[in-house]
Design a protein. Structure first.
Length: 132
Protein backbone atom coordinates (compact mmCIF):
# COMPACT_ATOMS: atom_id res chain seq x y z
CA UNK A 1 0.00 0.00 0.00
CA UNK A 2 1.37 3.39 -0.98
CA UNK A 3 1.18 5.56 2.11
CA UNK A 4 0.54 9.15 1.07
CA UNK A 5 0.41 10.31 4.69
CA UNK A 6 4.05 9.53 5.51
CA UNK A 7 5.86 12.65 6.71
CA UNK A 8 9.54 12.45 5.73
CA UNK A 9 10.26 15.70 7.62
CA UNK A 10 9.74 13.84 10.92
CA UNK A 11 11.99 10.90 9.99
CA UNK A 12 14.94 11.97 12.17
CA UNK A 13 12.73 12.68 15.18
CA UNK A 14 11.03 9.30 14.75
CA UNK A 15 14.44 7.65 14.72
CA UNK A 16 15.35 9.40 17.98
CA UNK A 17 12.11 8.18 19.57
CA UNK A 18 12.87 4.59 18.53
CA UNK A 19 16.05 4.85 20.58
CA UNK A 20 14.11 6.20 23.57
CA UNK A 21 11.22 3.73 23.71
CA UNK A 22 9.27 3.04 26.87
CA UNK A 23 9.38 -0.36 28.57
CA UNK A 24 5.86 -1.13 27.33
CA UNK A 25 6.76 -0.28 23.73
CA UNK A 26 9.86 -2.48 23.90
CA UNK A 27 7.93 -5.42 25.34
CA UNK A 28 5.10 -5.17 22.81
CA UNK A 29 7.56 -4.82 19.93
CA UNK A 30 9.76 -7.76 20.95
CA UNK A 31 6.96 -10.11 21.99
CA UNK A 32 4.21 -9.40 19.48
CA UNK A 33 4.86 -6.99 16.63
CA UNK A 34 8.40 -7.27 15.26
CA UNK A 35 9.50 -9.67 12.54
CA UNK A 36 5.93 -10.21 11.32
CA UNK A 37 4.98 -12.08 14.51
CA UNK A 38 1.42 -10.75 14.35
CA UNK A 39 -0.13 -13.07 11.73
CA UNK A 40 2.62 -12.17 9.28
CA UNK A 41 1.82 -8.46 9.15
CA UNK A 42 4.62 -5.91 9.07
CA UNK A 43 4.52 -3.28 11.79
CA UNK A 44 6.74 -0.20 11.91
CA UNK A 45 7.87 1.52 15.12
CA UNK A 46 7.76 5.27 15.68
CA UNK A 47 6.38 6.01 12.23
CA UNK A 48 5.63 9.54 10.97
CA UNK A 49 2.06 9.97 9.72
CA UNK A 50 0.87 13.46 8.85
CA UNK A 51 2.16 15.65 11.73
CA UNK A 52 2.29 12.81 14.24
CA UNK A 53 4.67 10.03 15.14
CA UNK A 54 2.73 6.92 16.07
CA UNK A 55 4.15 4.19 18.29
CA UNK A 56 3.33 1.33 15.90
CA UNK A 57 1.58 1.08 12.55
CA UNK A 58 0.59 -1.73 10.25
CA UNK A 59 0.06 0.13 6.99
CA UNK A 60 -1.57 -2.80 5.22
CA UNK A 61 -4.29 -2.99 7.90
CA UNK A 62 -4.28 0.78 8.49
CA UNK A 63 -3.91 -0.01 12.20
CA UNK A 64 -2.10 2.26 14.65
CA UNK A 65 -1.23 1.04 18.12
CA UNK A 66 -0.43 3.64 20.77
CA UNK A 67 1.07 2.64 24.11
CA UNK A 68 -0.20 4.97 26.80
CA UNK A 69 1.94 5.43 29.87
CA UNK A 70 1.29 7.50 32.97
CA UNK A 71 1.60 10.87 31.19
CA UNK A 72 -1.38 10.12 28.94
CA UNK A 73 -3.69 10.47 31.94
CA UNK A 74 -3.16 14.20 31.52
CA UNK A 75 -3.45 14.29 27.72
CA UNK A 76 -6.90 12.81 27.09
CA UNK A 77 -8.22 15.74 25.05
CA UNK A 78 -5.02 16.04 23.04
CA UNK A 79 -5.01 12.28 22.41
CA UNK A 80 -8.66 12.42 21.33
CA UNK A 81 -7.93 15.16 18.77
CA UNK A 82 -4.91 13.23 17.49
CA UNK A 83 -6.93 10.00 17.18
CA UNK A 84 -9.71 11.81 15.32
CA UNK A 85 -7.24 13.23 12.80
CA UNK A 86 -5.61 9.83 12.25
CA UNK A 87 -9.03 8.22 11.85
CA UNK A 88 -9.93 10.87 9.26
CA UNK A 89 -6.84 9.72 7.36
CA UNK A 90 -8.28 6.19 7.34
CA UNK A 91 -6.51 4.57 10.27
CA UNK A 92 -7.95 2.72 13.24
CA UNK A 93 -6.23 3.79 16.46
CA UNK A 94 -5.86 1.28 19.24
CA UNK A 95 -4.73 2.65 22.62
CA UNK A 96 -3.20 0.20 25.06
CA UNK A 97 -2.20 1.05 28.61
CA UNK A 98 1.46 0.37 29.31
CA UNK A 99 0.52 -1.16 32.66
CA UNK A 100 -1.55 -3.82 30.84
CA UNK A 101 1.38 -4.68 28.60
CA UNK A 102 3.63 -5.17 31.62
CA UNK A 103 1.12 -7.09 33.74
CA UNK A 104 -1.16 -8.91 31.28
CA UNK A 105 0.69 -9.22 27.97
CA UNK A 106 -1.12 -12.37 26.85
CA UNK A 107 -4.51 -10.66 26.97
CA UNK A 108 -3.11 -7.57 25.23
CA UNK A 109 -1.83 -9.79 22.42
CA UNK A 110 -5.19 -11.57 22.17
CA UNK A 111 -6.94 -8.20 21.97
CA UNK A 112 -4.66 -7.06 19.14
CA UNK A 113 -5.18 -10.40 17.36
CA UNK A 114 -8.95 -9.85 17.53
CA UNK A 115 -8.62 -6.40 15.97
CA UNK A 116 -6.28 -7.74 13.28
CA UNK A 117 -8.82 -10.46 12.40
CA UNK A 118 -11.60 -7.86 12.18
CA UNK A 119 -9.49 -5.68 9.88
CA UNK A 120 -8.56 -8.67 7.71
CA UNK A 121 -12.25 -9.26 7.21
CA UNK A 122 -12.95 -5.57 6.62
CA UNK A 123 -10.25 -5.30 3.94
CA UNK A 124 -10.82 -8.83 2.61
CA UNK A 125 -7.29 -9.91 3.50
CA UNK A 126 -5.98 -13.19 4.73
CA UNK A 127 -2.81 -13.60 6.74
CA UNK A 128 -2.24 -16.78 4.71
CA UNK A 129 -2.10 -14.78 1.47
CA UNK A 130 0.21 -11.95 2.50
CA UNK A 131 3.10 -10.91 0.31
CA UNK A 132 6.30 -11.97 2.05
Amino acid sequence: MKDSHYNNKLKNFASELRNDSTDGEIILWKEALRARKMYGYQFNRQFAIDNYIVDFVCRKLRLIIEVDGYSHQFKTEKDKLRDNKLEQLGYQVLRIDEYDIKKDLNNVIRFIETIVAELEEKYNLSSNNLER
